[in-house]
Write a protein that binds this ligand. Sequence first.
Ligand SMILES: *[C@@H]1O[C@H](CO)[C@@H](O)[C@H](O)[C@H]1NC(C)=O
Ligand SMILES: *[C@@H]1O[C@H](CO)[C@@H](O)[C@H](O)[C@H]1NC(C)=O
Ligand SMILES: *[C@@H]1O[C@H](CO)[C@@H](O)[C@H](O)[C@H]1NC(C)=O
Ligand SMILES: *[C@@H]1O[C@H](CO)[C@@H](O)[C@H](O)[C@H]1NC(C)=O
Ligand SMILES: *[C@@H]1O[C@H](CO)[C@@H](O)[C@H](O)[C@H]1NC(C)=O
Ligand SMILES: *[C@@H]1O[C@H](CO)[C@@H](O)[C@H](O)[C@H]1NC(C)=O
Length: 334
Amino acid sequence: MALTLLVNTILLAIPLGGSVGTLVGIDAHLAATGQKPLFSSDGTSDGSGGSSGGSTGGGSGGSGSTTNNGLTNTQYCETSFGISPPSQGEQYTLNPNQWGVTDSTSGALCMNVTTFNNETYPTKTTAPDWSVTWQFDPGPETQPVHAFPNIQIEDVLPVALDKMEEIDFNLHWTYSVGNTVAESTDFTTLDSESLQCNVAVDMFFDSDKATAQGSTTAQFEVMVWFARFGASSDPIGYADGVVTNHTINGTIFGLYTGTNSNNQTVLTWIASEKTEQFQGDIYPLITDLYTLSGTTYPSKTDYMGIFQFGTEAFSADTNVTFGVSELSVDIKKS
Ligand SMILES: *[C@@H]1O[C@H](CO)[C@@H](O)[C@H](O)[C@H]1NC(C)=O
Ligand SMILES: *[C@@H]1O[C@H](CO)[C@@H](O)[C@H](O)[C@H]1NC(C)=O
Ligand SMILES: *[C@@H]1O[C@H](CO)[C@@H](O)[C@H](O)[C@H]1NC(C)=O
Ligand SMILES: *[C@@H]1O[C@H](CO)[C@@H](O)[C@H](O)[C@H]1NC(C)=O
Ligand SMILES: *[C@@H]1O[C@H](CO)[C@@H](O)[C@H](O)[C@H]1NC(C)=O
Ligand SMILES: *[C@@H]1O[C@H](CO)[C@@H](O)[C@H](O)[C@H]1NC(C)=O
């Protein structure tokens, strides 16, 4: 499973910075003329602001931007688009990344990104909030994945695996039926909508620094799945069973191994139960790999070229919304 076939080839990094002044201007105008602000006072969009399409500058993607309380929400329904919100801390790039969508695909996906106009997030590594609303009918067995909407870290990579000391990962995601982000996930309802997807970190390693930055060329794809919904999302090597386990801050991860159609070695750690909130250092899930034998595993001198987190969207009967209300990735280097 190559989760991110398009991301590195079609990525266009367009900062949102240029739009903020315009949007603040629009909001001030609405307030001054007694109209409803684009965001309600609790910071959520009331949807009444209408679209200020093209506001991301240069007609370069994104629509329906609304700003209030120092926050800007922009919606992206493009199949592939790099969104790099300016930040005083860690630089992230988001992408709807609908790499499996073709002319015959039935369904749609849009990504919303909420950025801080002051570019100063709660911590140096806090990512902007984002969500994805999507629905796809099941695809052909040969190509069941429609998209891997994701957020990717930019500043730190590539880095040799043994030059890292910790990967502190802080996460709260939710899935819900419908078009709004839920406070918490109602797993029973999702099962009744035949949701097929996963929630995962996707990393790529190679002995060559540059090759490690290509999602189809890197020798190793290493994933950490926090949840899987439905049987379509069985990981590569599922039938062979768990190779080893590792528990991090109470969450048990089991490792599955196999090879994909690009001849990449795919190593998938899967949480034994759906894990909606996680806080811990996931670096041991990499260092454990050096100690295994029986197949090809990464070595500590290999480089990590890509680190992404997102949801691999297969299919759902109705619209579902994946929300990421808390995310930070802090790669501590030695
Ligand atoms: C930046 O903006 C956010 C959202 O409006 C606000 O909560 C935060 O206090 C601001 N930070 C600084 C340093 O101004
Ligand atoms: C379902 O989600 C898509 C993509 O976000 C959106 O375009 C569409 O309007 C939604 N459908 C309904 C019925 O709300
Ligand atoms: C995404 O943004 C659009 C446009 O502003 C808005 O209508 C929709 O409610 C937002 N969806 C979520 C889940 O926040
Ligand atoms: C991994 O943990 C599971 C329980 O979550 C257990 O059933 C299995 O035997 C363990 N496998 C190995 C190889 O330790
Ligand atoms: C697949 O990769 C392995 C190394 O991991 C290599 O030995 C083998 O020749 C490759 N096979 C093909 C068909 O490229
Ligand atoms: C473990 O998770 C809890 C929240 O569930 C968090 O408060 C704590 O800091 C985490 N511990 C580590 C070592 O990250």
